[in-house]
Design a protein around this ligand. Structure first.
Ligand code: 5RP
Length: 218
């Protein structure tokens, strides 16, 4: 089974968490795209969605699925999104696709966060995947110097602008031993909009696609 087939399988498994008559939070990336395609099959059962990126909104609308602004919505029972890495505590690194800030906002606003990924994303210690940090453009060099002070190697994701009009620094060669602490520490650097650690608000359920089917970790 290919990695993409595992992503598709796990995205379909997430349909089980979709509540009838609800607004569903929808993430960004190739696994989230499989979820969107699967969601299209039951779109008559839901009231609509909130999207974590312009790309996701476009794909949802392409399937005829209603997309609401977060400000128009009171309750999001379930948010479904992928991840770049997860540890066994369901702390995540996200933002490989650059949508980390809207993803984190929707995760915070949702009752339950279902993370969908292929099994290669589960690691003992996070940080092999470069940790994305969204920054206000004028603060980029300052934030990069502050990241060096805490032991990271910042790399500017050139030619990429987020949906919020900001830039991304990817931190390489990190060994994330205390994800909750590092998430707060990075957020405290002036000029940082958010960072790709989802540890203060981790996932609630991790669905992992594997050769042997879907594993559920809670
Ligand atoms: C986008 C993300 C994605 O969830 C993450 O990059 C995983 O992507 P994929 O499902 O394509 O492996 O955080 O900002």
């Amino acid at each position: 089974m290919t990695q993409d087939e595992m992503k598709k399988m796990v995205a379909h498994a997430a349909l089980e968490y979709v509540e009838a008559g609800a607004i569903i939070g929808v993430g960004t990336g190739s696994t989230a795209n499989h979820f969107i395609d699967a969601l299209a099959g039951i779109k008559h059962k839901i009231d609509g969605t909130v999207a974590s990126s312009e790309a996701t909104a476009e794909r949802l609308r392409g399937h005829g699925i209603a997309v609401f602004e977060l400000n128009e919505v009171n309750d999001i029972p379930v948010y479904v999104d992928g991840a770049d890495e997860s540890n066994q505590y369901l702390h995540l690194i996200k933002g490989g696709g650059g949508a980390l800030t809207r993803e984190k906002i929707i995760a915070a606003a949702s009752d339950k966060f279902i993370c969908v990924a292929d099994e290669s994303k589960l690691v003992d210690v996070m940080g092999t995947f470069p940790l994305p940090v969204e920054v206000i453009p004028m603060a980029r060099s300052y934030v990069a110097r502050e990241i060096v002070k805490i032991g990271g190697q910042p790399v500017w994701r050139e030619d990429f602008i987020t949906d919020n009009g900001n830039q991304i620094i990817d931190i390489q060669n990190l060994s994330v031993m205390d994800p909750v602490k590092l998430e707060a520490q990075l957020n405290n650097i002036v000029g940082v909009v958010t960072n790709g650690l989802f540890a203060i608000r981790p996932a609630d359920v991790l669905l992992l696609g594997s050769e042997n089917g879907v594993k559920t970790i809670t």
